[in-house]
Design a protein around this ligand. Structure first.
Ligand code: NAD
Ligand code: TYD
Length: 356
């Protein structure tokens, strides 16, 4: 199969590229704009493989994407490129509208033109896989319920609203124009190469630097965590074997309260890199003001992908977190430049909003 992966220099996209390119029968073309979140250092293990190619560019560049699709004879588009951080979407929603909505629209148009020109065998085989989030469903009560593929859309943040819009566009291109699409909505990922703006890598690196560990609000908000390499395997299954027009919810059956996630990181670090002062990293926890529009709880019911595609998460939250921490401890050369040059860990999402 010949894949075009958009956003392949990001956290999840790079895991997908590493997984796909490890199989020599695949051709993997990675299209990424290299925003602050894109990082070619995450692709060092595959950059010299003959079945892998990186192209710097924007999903909204119809000429570039059309040429790539034709020249590379792409069979499957896996669309991961996005602005992905909720707190940044609160400070500046414009980039989220541009990339997640307008960019997805332009990518759909380009893919549709390309698909129309294919012969019937390749037309039947073609797939446009749109990678989305469980955040499109809004939030759940603390004590009951899970998101299924039939849950109503009710996004809260500019990020999740922009992803919801893109999901609707993808479904419309299938219903209206017949483009063969498949969608997936996944819970919170964590693991190696995670940009340290999201909760787990931010807390981990702040702890190592003896900085405070910010927990928003009460710390009781719940997220459902999935190890990124499990997600990459799910995405490969969905892109290659998922049913056209369907969506699949992906999750690790690993709900945790934020405060418990932060405490778990602290206790692993206490064991692996004891603090010089003899105390626990948990002493650095600081309860800070809540995020605006903070969703209470996300929880995925992954039964459909488990039953239909035979996928299930291999890592528990405990084994995945241990692996993640080991990876960050062994790969300071990956994260140190990000902390020094791109984002040092200051609070995001609290700027007083001026006009957009
Ligand atoms: P990320 O922010 O780490 O990476 C996004 C990548 O997209 C970056 O490499 C960036 O350079 C690239 N990009 C941004 N705008 C682009 C554009 N206009 N053209 C080309 N490339 C562009 O994101 P991630 O965490 O890897 O998420 C990947 C996808 O998975 C996103 O669509 C996100 O909504 C979805 N998702 C993420 C999570 C999660 O927990 N991180 C969970 C579920 C779904
Ligand atoms: P995050 O990693 O930003 O993912 P998402 O908002 O997509 O779920 O946040 C995960 C949870 O952790 C969310 O409930 C917000 C909370 N959080 C903190 O408590 N402190 C932090 O510094 C960050 C970044 C997030």
């Amino acid at each position: 199969m010949r894949f075009l992966v958009t956003g392949g220099a990001g956290f999840i996209g790079s895991a997908v590229c590493r997984l796909l390119a490890a199989n020599p029968v695949n051709r993997v073309v990675n299209l990424d704009k290299l925003t602050y979140a894109g990082n070619l250092q995450s692709l060092g293990s595959i950059e010299r493989l003959v079945n892998y190619r990186f192209v710097r560019g924007d999903i909204a560049d119809e000429k570039l994407v059309g040429t790539l699709l034709r020249d590379e004879k792409i069979d499957i588009v896996m669309h991961l490129a996005a602005e992905s951080h909720v707190d940044r979407s609160i400070d500046g929603p414009g980039a989220f509208i541009e990339t997640n909505i307008v960019g997805t629209y332009r990518l759909l148009n380009t893919a549709y033109d390309y698909w129309l020109g294919l012969d019937s065998a390749r037309k039947n085989a073609f797939r446009f896989h749109h990678v989305s989030t469980d955040e499109v469903f809004g939030d759940l009560p603390f004590d009951s319920g899970t998101f299924t593929e039939d849950s109503a859309y009710a996004p809260s943040s500019p990020y999740s609203a922009s992803k919801a819009a893109s999901d609707h566009l993808v479904r419309a291109w299938h219903a209206t124009y017949g483009l063969p699409v498949v969608l997936s909505n996944c819970s919170n990922n964590y693991g190696p190469y995670h940009f340290p703006e999201k909760l787990i890598p931010l807390v981990l690196l702040n702890a190592l630097e003896e900085k405070s560990l910010p927990v928003y609000g009460s710390g009781e908000n719940v997220r459902d965590w999935l190890f990124v390499e499990d997600h990459a395997k799910a995405l490969e299954a969905i892109a290659t074997r998922g049913r056209i027009g369907e969506s699949y919810n992906v999750g690790g059956r690993a709900e945790r309260r934020n405060i418990d996630v932060v405490r778990a990181i602290c206790s692993i670090l206490d064991r692996k890199v004891p603090r010089a002062n003899g105390g626990s990293y948990a002493d650095l926890i600081e309860m800070v003001s809540d995020r605006r529009g903070h969703d209470r709880r996300y929880a995925i019911d992954p039964s459909k992908i488990e039953v239909e595609l035979g996928w299930c998460a291999e890592e528990s939250f405990e084994t995945g977190l241990e692996k993640t921490i080991d990876w960050f401890l062994a790969n300071e050369s990956w994260w140190r430049p990000l902390r020094e040059q791109k984002y040092a860990g200051e609070r995001l999402g609290e700027a007083v909003r001026a006009a957009i």
